[in-house]
Design a binder for this molecule. Structure first.
Ligand code: ADP
Length: 370
């Protein structure tokens, strides 16, 4: 079966095609600068048309959808009701979900009759216990507006946790794993027995680690203080926290860790400070998650920094084994969110197939599919 995986962003549409269940990558590509001034690609519909000229014989489509809120704990086969629910999550991810939906709608038009599955970045973290996802705010804000920790990068954390168990040749159900996704966006997750039990990103991807341009954890009182002092409105403050902070804001040089590492080695003090803060924040989270899980068997590094910058990773995990009872396995595992999406879409589509002989044949759902 050929599964097309679509990651539809505001100005790009990336895709990979996998043969399932073998997981073999057949092709991949990206259409960029969608709807940007001067671009020939005016919308996602046109971008998908270009993609479909390059791939054929698609049997199933998997879409990355950033926010599924509390509505989606698992991947979902796309229907009118699912589209309505994804639309309702747009308020929580105004930059991402509308773009993801544009990809879904383009596929509906251009590939009618092909089953589509939505796989949510937030779904893996829906197993967090309430004491980990409720903020110390008035509880009605959660009840009325669903303000809580959601967490992101879930597909990546889930993928590398599964890979870690496979590499260690141990059942995931028996492992306590801390997964560090360190790219431009950075997050860290405590995975106990295959379930996310805590994660550093929050209501939005701004919380937690110091990232390329995002500040991560700060005292919330400084937001209104800075707005008054520097005379910034909400939009400007939002931009400061998301786009001008983190490694870029501290160093005043770049959000690119390769540049900062090289500059720090060459003696630049601000680059060195930015790297030190980055490393220290991750170390603190690892300590917290070891405490939360009562131990840790494996620490996993993934994404641009995690997969390539060995010195940074070494600084993060140095000294950790000292206070653990059991030896800690440190693994570098390239993430593959698209493959995870293909697998989940394939599994869901197979489970939903009527008249299957075997596992769930003519199943518990009775005649529903017949
Ligand atoms: P994202 O997907 O979140 O945009 P990436 O996973 O590509 O980010 O990671 C980007 C970060 O990883 C940057 O800080 C970059 O300097 C660092 N990095 C280090 N080595 C590489 C590499 N070989 N390729 C891409 N990014 C790298």
């Amino acid at each position: 079966m050929k599964v097309l995986v679509i990651n539809s962003g505001s100005s790009s549409l990336k895709y990979k095609v996998f043969d399932m269940p073998s997981s073999r990558l057949i092709s991949k590509g990206a259409i960029e600068h969608i709807a940007e001034p001067g671009s020939k690609v005016v919308d996602h519909h046109q971008a998908l048309k270009i993609v479909l000229e390059q791939v054929d014989g698609i049997d199933l489509i998997g879409h990355r959808v950033v926010h599924g809120a509390e509505k989606f704990r698992k991947p979902a086969i796309i229907s009118a009701a699912v589209i309505k629910n994804i639309k309702q999550c747009c308020a929580l991810a105004p930059l991402h979900n509308p773009a993801n939906l544009a990809g879904i709608m383009a596929c509906k038009k251009l590939l009618p009759g092909i089953k589509q599955v939505a796989v949510f970045d937030t779904a893996f973290h829906q197993t967090l216990p309430d004491y980990a996802y409720i903020y110390g705010l008035p509880y009605y804000l959660y009840k009325k507006y669903r303000i809580r920790k959601y967490g992101f990068h879930g597909t990546s954390h889930e993928y590398v946790a599964h890979e870690a168990a496979r590499i260690l040749k141990r059942p995931l159900a028996k492992l306590k794993i801390i997964t560090c996704h360190l790219g431009n966006g950075c997050s860290i997750t405590a995975v106990n027995a295959g379930k996310s039990v805590d994660t550093s990103m929050g209501f939005t991807p701004l919380e937690g680690l110091v990232m390329g341009t995002r500040c991560g954890d700060v005292d919330p009182a400084l937001v209104t203080h800075i707005m008054r002092k520097v005379k910034l409105d909400c939009l400007q403050m939002d931009r400061l926290l998301n786009k001008s902070s983190g490694l870029k804001g501290i160093s005043g040089i770049s959000n690119d860790m390769r540049i900062l590492e090289a500059k720090a080695k060459a003696g630049n003090k601000m680059a060195a400070l930015a790297v030190e803060i980055f490393v220290y924040r991750i170390k603190k989270y690892i300590g917290a998650y070891i405490a939360a899980m009562g131990g840790c068997d494996a620490l996993v590094f993934t994404a641009g920094i995690g997969e390539n910058q060995k010195d940074i990773c070494r600084r993060i995990h140095s000294g950790l084994s000292g206070f653990l009872k059991k030896p800690l396995s440190v693994l570098v595992i390239p993430t593959n969110e698209e493959l995870m999406i293909a697998r989940q879409a394939y599994r869901l589509a197979e489970d939903a197939r009527p008249y299957r002989i075997g596992r769930r044949a003519l199943s518990a759902r009775g005649g529903e599919n017949v």
